[in-house]
Design a protein around this ligand. Structure first.
Ligand code: AMP
Length: 212
């Protein structure tokens, strides 16, 4: 967990590769549904474009179905879920049915001013998935992917006004989960400043210390 633009997706992808467990990103699943033009995608799009949370029953159903798949048997990493208390409670209930539980909740901490720069500068290549930042890691030429030369896209919800809304939603709805997982003894907080590799090393170390 962490504010939008903290690097959850990047870090979840690295952990997924390192541990050989699937990354379950509700944001990615929802964006794919929007792109495919499914009924779920059309409904979710209305909330996403405003920077609001998609209703809990939709995302909880998505995660529930995903967790039932075979590849989750040896573990999984959730990215962008749970986003509020009702989702955290639904997740806990769901996992209890199969005598499972969350091992750790990794909280990536980044101040709001840094988030504004990261998100408004963020560009993504829809062809190969490469990500750039116009301030910190710009593409080599214009707004074209350095790997496959495809024109880069700005996520619809990375526009300034929507970023402010997403930060507000984070502080009001998601931040209380920090206390929830702290009370459960499951919270690991890492400093989310610096390069992705540095953050990854911090997470790796924290996980090793926590698992013993
Ligand atoms: P993300 O890529 O995680 O920043 O998610 C992008 C958008 O998808 C969010 O601003 C929400 O509109 C929606 N979304 C992603 N995950 C959730 C979730 N767990 N609950 C509700 N909405 C979500």
């Amino acid at each position: 967990m962490g504010p939008p633009g903290a690097g959850k997706g990047t870090q979840a992808r690295l952990i997924s590769r390192r541990l050989g467990i699937p990354q379950i990103s509700t944001g990615d699943i929802l964006r794919q549904s929007v792109q495919d033009g499914t009924a779920l995608g059309r409904k979710a799009h209305r909330y996403m474009e405003r920077g609001e949370l998609v209703p809990d029953e939709i995302v909880v159903r998505i995660v529930k179905e995903r967790l039932e798949r075979e590849d989750c048997r040896n573990g999984f990493i959730l990215d962008g879920f749970p986003r509020n208390m009702p989702q955290a409670e639904a997740l806990s209930r769901e996992l209890q049915k199969t005598s499972r539980d969350i091992d750790w909740s990794i909280n990536i901490s980044v101040p709001d001013e840094e988030i504004m720069k990261r998100l408004s500068g963020r560009r993504v290549c829809l062809q190969c998935g490469e990500t750039y930042n116009m301030y910190f890691s710009p593409p080599p030429r214009d707004e074209l992917c350095g790997k496959c030369s495809t024109p880069l896209m700005q996520r619809e919800d990375d526009k300034e006004e929507t970023i402010r809304k997403r930060l507000q939603v984070y502080h009001e709805g998601t931040e209380p989960l920090i206390d929830y997982y702290t009370l459960n003894g499951k919270l690991i907080t890492v400093d989310g400043s610096g390069a992705a590799e540095e953050i990854s090393e911090r997470i790796d170390k924290a996980l090793k210390d926590s698992f013993g």
